[in-house]
Design a protein around this ligand. Structure first.
Ligand SMILES: C[S@@+](CC[C@H](N)C(=O)[O-])C[C@H]1O[C@@H](n2cnc3c(N)ncnc32)[C@H](O)[C@@H]1O
Length: 182
């Protein structure tokens, strides 16, 4: 079945590789409270650090989407070397990714990118999916929790926003927000 796409009138903003410090990674995961066997997707997984922590610390099945081939292969090799069994690294565009099977989605993206991604998330995540955003809140959504930490790595205060599909945004009105292309 063809997977419907969100029409993109504006060009996708560039999202640089800027890794979440490890203490922020741990906070992102602790607010999401992953359970063993749940599927965690990191949109723009970079070097795979969130995936590695979710797999080794919580027993999650992990999926990373990364457009930069060097980072994608770095993340792949890292998880392989760690002996993680259930993982997948998708080298590709997060804006076209099918995240319908995710129980938890993590995102360290820009405000512009989140604005573009939002209708797709509203359309395709399953009820109860937890979404965690680092530093940049998803415009228009109501977080169910906001937590912060001063990272020992960069001395900066980082915020983490937890959303829950069905609580933070209305899944029933999703059809109004998408339309098919092609
Ligand atoms: C701010 S970094 C976050 C990395 C990681 N999630 C973390 O928190 O440590 C954003 C990542 O998104 C990737 N990225 C940017 N645009 C993308 C796209 N359209 N599709 C997939 N990945 C993308 C970048 O290469 C980068 O690795």
């Amino acid at each position: 079945m063809a997977y419907p796409c969100i029409s993109r009138k504006k060009p996708i903003p560039k999202i640089p590789f800027y890794p979440s410090p490890m203490d922020v990674v741990r906070l992102m995961l602790s607010v999401a409270e992953p359970k063993e066997g749940q599927v965690l997707v990191d949109l723009g997984c970079g070097d795979g650090r969130i995936l590695a922590e979710a797999a080794s610390g919580y027993g999650c099945s992990v999926v990373g989407v990364e457009s930069n081939p060097r980072l994608a292969s770095y993340a792949y090799n890292k998880l392989l070397e760690m002996g993680v069994k259930n993982f997948r690294i998708v080298r590709g565009d997060l804006f076209g990714f099918n995240f319908g099977s995710a129980d938890i989605i993590t995102m360290y993206l820009t405000s512009d990118a989140l604005k573009i991604l939002r209708p797709r998330l509203e359309a395709y995540v399953k009820p109860g999916t937890k979404l965690v955003a680092h530093d940049f809140p998803v415009p228009g959504w109501r977080p169910v929790a906001v937590e912060g930490v001063v990272s020992v790595e960069d001395g900066r205060f980082h915020r983490v926003y937890l959303y829950e599909a069905g609580e933070s945004f209305d899944l029933l009105s999703r059809q109004k927000r998408i339309y098919r292309t092609g």
